[in-house]
Design a protein around this ligand. Structure first.
Ligand SMILES: *Cc1c(COP(=O)(O)O)cnc(C)c1O
Length: 381
């Protein structure tokens, strides 16, 4: 089955009790038993719920995985993965990382004796320099946020296999439409389904997909024991989102290219970070492991002036200033005053997060309107 068909039908069946084409929102906490332990596969909705099961199967299907698990947020999914570890264990992680991931690593799990190394992974050989006998996991985010660096998943998997480490890939930015980390050797794929999978900025959710049965059992044990599941209504919404993922992504990519090319040609724009450009330092890897380049773009303006950046984000009319990404509507963010505000200037500038950096999540509106909106805002500086 090809991707576009999988997005709609993958691992899905019509509701067995009524034939409903979409699974009902099973808004129930418990299930009747005819005799203790005799039930139809569902006992209690923390452990499993039919709407959530349908969603977990759909996510597994589009990631080419065997087992899916859905959580109340992306961070709840990350929390579940980290609970595979024990005090003394070490993790090697991408250095240009989603802020909330950095926070749970350093402010929550370091307290429990887990050690994190933040490493520039654009050269995958760099990972090996940080491996020791305590290393258990490699955490990769690609494309990275907000610098749009690309990390070679296949090479990261080779290093991880060689040293018997679990490779986790946060596939939120790319989505399974653009890349499938399990096919490239990753052990766990993680998603903030809040973003492209949901796709309509109306739900917060996370997910994991794996192929290994033993690993799936361990993650399920943690999911059920710690309880950070998503509810049936949210499961329904994300399942509905997935059914149009391929159509939305196609347009995100098309609009992303048009906006990136417009920005690159604008005299007031200094740099555009988008992996689809041949001049992007990791373009060749992007071309190899991704099917297209997506709608996430960062850019800076000439002179790197903070006031100019604020003027642009405050004066966009269609593109909305807001946290988050991956919805049908275009969103803009200013990392220095939003996601990266707590990182010292010197630290953030080392990875390229300068005062004028602006991040766009290009939506699926008409591309001419988006370009016009950006053009008008850029004229003000
Ligand atoms: C949003 C996001 C997360 C966290 O997910 P939530 O659903 O907000 O908890 C993790 N990784 C990436 C890349 C994200 O964009």
């Amino acid at each position: 089955m090809k991707f576009n068909t999988k997005a709609i039908h993958g691992k899905q069946e019509h509701d067995p009790s009524t034939g409903a084409v979409m699974p009902p929102i099973y808004q129930t906490s418990t299930y009747a038993q005819t005799s203790p332990g005799a039930h139809k596969g569902y006992e209690y909705s923390r452990s499993s719920n039919p709407t959530r099961t349908a969603l977990e199967n759909a996510i597994a299907s589009i990631e080419n995985g065997e087992f899916g698990l859905a959580f109340g947020s992306g961070l709840a999914a990350i929390d579940c993965v980290l609970k595979l570890l024990k005090p003394g264990d070490e993790v090697i992680s991408t250095n240009d990382l989603y802020g909330g991931t950095y926070r749970i690593f350093t402010r929550v799990f370091e307290q429990y004796g887990i050690k994190f190394h933040f490493v520039g992974m654009e050269n995958a050989d760099n990972i090996e320099n940080f491996v020791n006998e305590n290393t258990k996991m490699v955490w990769v985010e690609t494309p990275t946020n907000p610098m749009m660096n690309i990390i070679d998943i296949k090479k990261s998997a080779e290093v991880s296999k060689k040293h018997n480490l679990l490779l986790v890939v946060d596939n939120t930015f790319a989505t399974p439409y653009l890349q499938n980390p399990l096919d490239l050797g990753a052990d766990i794929v993680m998603h903030s389904a809040t973003k492209y999978l949901g796709g309509h900025s109306d739900v917060v959710m996370g997910a994991l997909v794996v192929n290994d049965k033993d690993l799936a059992d361990r993650l399920y044990f943690i999911q059920n024991s710690c309880g950070a599941i998503c509810g049936p209504m949210d499961s329904f919404l994300v399942l509905r989102g997935i059914k149009t993922l391929h159509v939305r992504m196609q347009r995100h990519c098309e609009n992303g290219r048009a906006v990136a090319e417009f920005l690159a040609s604008h005299p007031k724009v200094e740099k555009v970070y988008w992996p689809g450009f041949e001049t992007h330092p990791n373009h060749e890897i992007a071309k190899e492991q991704m099917r297209d380049f997506g709608g996430m773009i960062s850019f800076t303006t000439v002179g790197d002036n903070l006031e100019n950046a604020l003027k642009i984000v405050e004066n966009l009319k269609i593109i909305t200033l807001a946290e988050s990404l991956g919805g049908v509507e275009s969103l803009v963010g200013h990392p220095v005053s939003m996601t990266h505000a707590s990182i010292p200037k010197e630290e953030r500038e080392k990875i390229g997060v300068v005062d004028s950096l602006i991040r766009l999540s290009v939506g699926i509106e008409d591309k001419d309107d988006l370009i016009e909106d950006l053009k008008n805002a850029l004229e003000l500086i």
